[in-house]
Design a protein. Structure first.
Lengths: 116, 113
């Protein structure tokens, strides 16, 4: 079946503009995660959604970052008033649930964001 | 919060040799430890994982060991092949907040033919 898809694959924007990144999880996966990966670095947790529970937003670096998820489907990560330090690859992942044995995360290919 | 340190940052081995990557974690409540392989331009892919009630797990050429007392876990790849060349990440999470994983900074493994 289809894996996690993300769009756009690449995004170049000017400092101060807003951007929206999209993630389509694997069908049936109740948990969805967003990470930021700066060049040559590890994954930095941003936010995760689990079913209808309130999302864990504890990793969002500032109030310029927000994310939404419609039910158990598509999610969008929005960055307002982009700054050059926002340049990174933004990775989305989904898993069946958070239960032991079902928490394997399947990652999308990422969106490469460059803020000029 | 949890802190995960990963070593080495780069590792170069000859084809056929073994490779070992080590991670330490700080939160003794962590109980799930996955390892991911990330190839250039792609998202990470789970290759093996281990839970805190197990000391070792193997899957063909890949094995992971966990020492809960010392709070470290290691990835072992035997009989390395050029296609094993990639960036490897360890991660740790706690059952009470399984959605929030902390990742190591990654190890770039190069297998020379």
């Amino acid at each position: 079946g289809a894996g996690v898809s993300q769009s756009p694959s690449n995004k170049v924007t000017e400092k101060g503009k807003d951007v929206e990144l999209r993630c389509d999880p694997i069908s049936g996966h109740t948990a969805l995660y967003w990470y930021r990966q700066r060049l040559g670095q590890g994954l930095e947790f941003l936010i995760y959604f689990q079913g209808n529970s309130a999302p864990d937003k504890s990793g969002l670096p500032s109030d310029r970052f927000s994310a939404e998820r419609t039910g158990e489907s598509v999610s969008t990560l929005t960055i307002q008033r982009t700054q050059q330090e926002d340049s990174a690859v933004y990775l989305c992942a989904s898993s069946l649930s958070l239960a032991p044995g079902q928490e394997t995360q399947y990652f999308g290919p990422g969106t490469r964001l460059l803020v000029l | 919060g949890e802190n995960v340190e990963q070593h080495p940052s780069t590792l170069s081995v000859q084809e056929g040799d073994s490779a070992v990557i080590k991670c330490t974690y700080s939160d003794s409540a962590s109980n799930y430890f996955p390892w991911y392989k990330q190839e250039l331009g792609k998202g990470p892919q789970l290759i093996i994982d281990i839970r805190s009630n197990v000391g070792e797990k193997k899957d063909q050429r890949i094995a992971v060991t966990l020492n809960k007392t010392a709070k470290h876990f290691s990835l072992h790849i035997t009989e390395t092949q050029p296609e094993d060349s990639a960036v490897y990440f360890c991660a740790a999470s706690i059952a009470t907040n399984a959605g929030k994983s902390t990742f190591g900074d990654g190890t770039t493994l190069t297998v020379k033919p």
